[in-house]
Design a protein around this ligand. Sequence first.
Ligand code: DOR
Length: 440
Amino acid sequence: MTHFDLVLRGGTIVNVHGRCRTDLGIRGGRIAAIGDLGQAAAAEVRDCTGLHLLPGVIDSQVHFREPGLEHKEDLESGTRGAVLGGVTALFEMPNTKPNTDIPERMADKVARMKDRSWCDFAFYFGGTAVNADRLHEWEHLPGCCGVKVFMGSSTGDLLVADDEHLGRIVANGRRRMAVHCEDEPRLIERRPLIPAGATAHWHPLWRDEITALRATQRLVTLAERHRRKVHVLHVTTAEEMAYLGEHKDWASVEVLVNHLTLAAPDCYDRLGTYAQQNPPVRDARHRDALWKAVADGTVDVLATDHAPHTKAEKDKGYPDSPAGMPGVQTLVPVMLDHVNAGRLSLERFVELTSAGPQRLFQIQGKGRIAVGYDADVTVVDLGAKRTIENQAMATKSGWTPFHGMTVTGWPVQTIIRGRTVMRDGELLAKGVGEAIRFLA
Ligand code: DOR
């Protein structure tokens, strides 16, 4: 009789191409069997009747602030929020202090995760004018998911503002390169337009649609010229979506939970600077265009851009307040609520949060529930109705833009390579996180 470490019995397994109500057998951290396991011996059999089993949710854009800004977040608190929210793996950004832009700093971040990370992880390497010529070597360092470039100033000082340096970076590497597309010259030009006493309502006017579109077009032009795949992070405008829909050969597309869920002016009326993010949350016309791009396939992945700042920092008032909102813990609940509202299917959610990142970044052993793959499973209760609250957030920043929102759909188990790290909101296995492996 086959022996399993864990059998998840009677849940509905969801993959990109459909769902099936059956059993899932896990052995040695991997998925060992799918099908009727009625008679199989197992160390633990867990009844999952009424629950859905998704491939582990991957948040491919978070900022965890360690080293250097641990008063906002650190690698332990950030990954704890992830698993409480059903996230099994994530990619973390390089705008820490110091920036992750030399190999020693990448190795330092990976070392800091040992016995501390609640989930699997990879780190972005920051591309700069200084390191441009070495990136083809450094993008392959252990624990690295690729190079990230900021074309517009945001939190921190990573910036590549001009096409000459950006082109050198694009030409110097093979892996898909992730880019924050806002045009720095236009940001500088428009900054003085912000009047004294302006509120956060001004944020999408300063960092306007043209600022985003111009940078995206500059990037894609260089990507085509150098035949390098690029990943346009957090796309926010209807115009970029139309453009990117015609340039999918070289550019992949990310949207954020926030940009699909919030809209101007309401979010600035309610949340003020707490809704301030780069690129900004825009009006409903743009939000509708993002949903259309989710529906028609233009969008490849969904992430959070979890970017915690303290309340004291946010309370400085616009425009001195920093941009960014926490989100890794609320990705799954907020998106399941969208699923329940009929805005996307559960299969499409799976594509955007596991199969999609796997395909774009060539992640090994993740992205689907199939025999031989890592046993990363996000178990969700689609019928659970709960209210998101600040007090339940693990983030050191202590708040969420979704405080008070009642959602239908909640993550109830986070299983990482066969280890149950979270069950019914309880944390069960600390420090199991390992570096994600990549095929290319
Ligand atoms: O709003 C943002 N916050 N956008 C970014 O690009 C960076 C992030 C942060 O690190 O705070």
